[in-house]
Design a protein around this ligand. Structure first.
Ligand code: SF4
Length: 80
C-alpha cells in the first residue's frame, strides 16, 4: 500500500537502521575521516560511534579517537 513517494519517505526515514546493518553507509573519503581527533572532537564522543570500532553512518573500521566532518557530539542537545 501507499504511493511511491510514501514508500521513498519510509526508506529515507529508515536510513540509520540500514546503517546499523552495515549497509548504505557513506565512505570515509566523503566525510574526510581521519584516525586522530580534531581538537576535542573524536568518535567516542559522537552519537554515531558504536564501540569497539564502528559507526552507524560511516563505513569501515572507526577508531575511538578518529573524527570526521559528520561529527555529532553526545549530549549536545542537553547542554543547550
Ligand atoms: S565522527 Fe564521523 S566517523 Fe566518527 S563516529 Fe561520528 S560520524 Fe562516525
Amino acid at each position: 500500500m501507499g504511493t511511491i513517494l510514501e514508500r521513498m519517505a519510509a526508506i529515507e526515514s529508515s536510513h540509520h537502521v540500514i546503517g546499523d546493518l552495515g549497509m548504505a553507509k557513506v565512505s570515509k573519503t566523503k566525510v574526510e575521516y581521519q584516525d586522530h581527533p580534531n581538537n576535542r572532537q573524536k568518535c567516542e564522543l559522537c552519537t554515531m560511534f558504536r564501540a569497539p570500532g564502528s559507526c552507524t553512518y560511516v563505513a569501515g573500521h572507526i577508531a575511538r579517537r578518529g573524527w570526521c566532518t559528520a561529527f555529532d557530539r553526545l549530549g549536545k542537545a542537553a547542554k543547550r
